[in-house]
Ligand binder design. Structure first.
Ligand SMILES: NC(=O)c1ccc[n+]([C@@H]2O[C@H](COP(=O)([O-])OP(=O)(O)OC[C@H]3O[C@@H](n4cnc5c(N)ncnc54)[C@H](O)[C@@H]3O)[C@@H](O)[C@H]2O)c1
Length: 257
């Protein structure tokens, strides 16, 4: 049985990816800072006869990350798959963004993925290899105003993906980034009013030539394929999953979120 560690698995893309990989037969280590909700994710998997445990882990904390992988070994015998999904968005003008905001976003989105990769890789090596999927974003390539630190963190994650793919290739570990456009999760629906949430949803639908707002399942389906042997030729690349949004050069079609 393959073992998959998924960070940020309390809700949104992380939870749906955990459920999907469990359905595909993996034992799941679901982690998040939201204890109650990540417990729920593991409970949902166990209710469907899957194997899962939940851990409260802040991916910025090296000791907690190290411990997460120790538990993965003691409970499930090792790690084959890592999905670096934990993430935070931060919306502010660059000159109004302070260094604490910067440290938070880079800490979760970039340092967290680095730490998890650092501790997962030697364990994967002992199993003969593995796959690491980093959940980046379309904002790594083209972004919107007021998202400087988020965009920088997601672009950094692509650099990390490429560098890790080189360092870990000899250990038969593939490292791939997935770059989704807006996905219908609590992160997208975080506006002050429901009206603003609906407006954001509609703008993204309009920006897609097929009128699609991505669902967490769309990301989970891609991750499920990327971690399978069918994707053995992919490493060190960033895959754009955007329902066609970036194919359209009609600039400013998506107004500021
Ligand atoms: N929703 C989108 O539009 C979208 C688009 C592209 C990429 N992404 C990326 O997908 C990933 C998942 O986002 P989502 O949309 O499901 O958002 P979400 O906010 O629903 O989920 C993110 C999860 O990460 C967890 N998290 C935050 N800080 C953490 C920390 N320090 N340690 C551990 N966990 C932490 C949160 O508690 C939450 O459960 C993120 O990396 C996000 O940047 C999202």
């Amino acid at each position: 049985m393959k073992v998959a560690v998924i960070t940020g698995a309390a809700r949104g893309i992380g939870r749906i990816t955990a459920l999907r990989l469990a359905k595909d037969g993996c034992a799941i280590v679901a982690s998040d800072i939201l204890t109650e909700q990540v417990n729920e994710t593991a409970e949902l998997i166990r209710e469907s006869s899957g194997k899962a445990l939940a851990l409260t882990v802040d991916v910025r904390d090296e000791e907690q990350v190290k411990e997460m992988f120790e538990v993965a070994i003691s409970e499930f015998g090792g790690v084959d798959i890592l999905v670096n999904n934990a993430g935070v968005v931060w919306r502010s003008h660059i000159v109004e963004t302070n260094s604490e905001d910067f440290d938070l976003v880079i800490g979760v989105n970039l340092k967290g993925a680095f730490l998890c990769t650092k501790y997962a890789a030697p364990i994967m090596r002992k199993r003969g290899g593995g796959v690491i999927v980093n959940i980046s974003s379309l904002h790594a390539f083209a972004t919107l105003p007021n998202l400087a630190v988020y965009a920088a963190s997601k672009a950094g994650l692509i650099g990390l993906t490429k560098a890790a793919a080189l360092d870990l290739g000899d250990w038969n570990i593939r490292v791939v980034a997935v770059c989704p456009a807006a996905v219908d999760t609590p992160m997208l629906r975080d506006k002050p009013t429901e009206e603003e949430n609906i407006a954001a949803v509609n703008r993204w639908k309009k920006a897609s030539p097929i009128g699609l707002l991505l669902q967490p399942e769309d990301v989970a389906n891609l991750v499920a394929w990327l971690v399978s042997d069918e994707a053995r030729g992919l490493t060190g690349v960033a895959i754009v999953l955007d329902a066609g949004v970036s194919a359209d050069l009609q600039v400013r079609k998506i107004p500021v979120q």
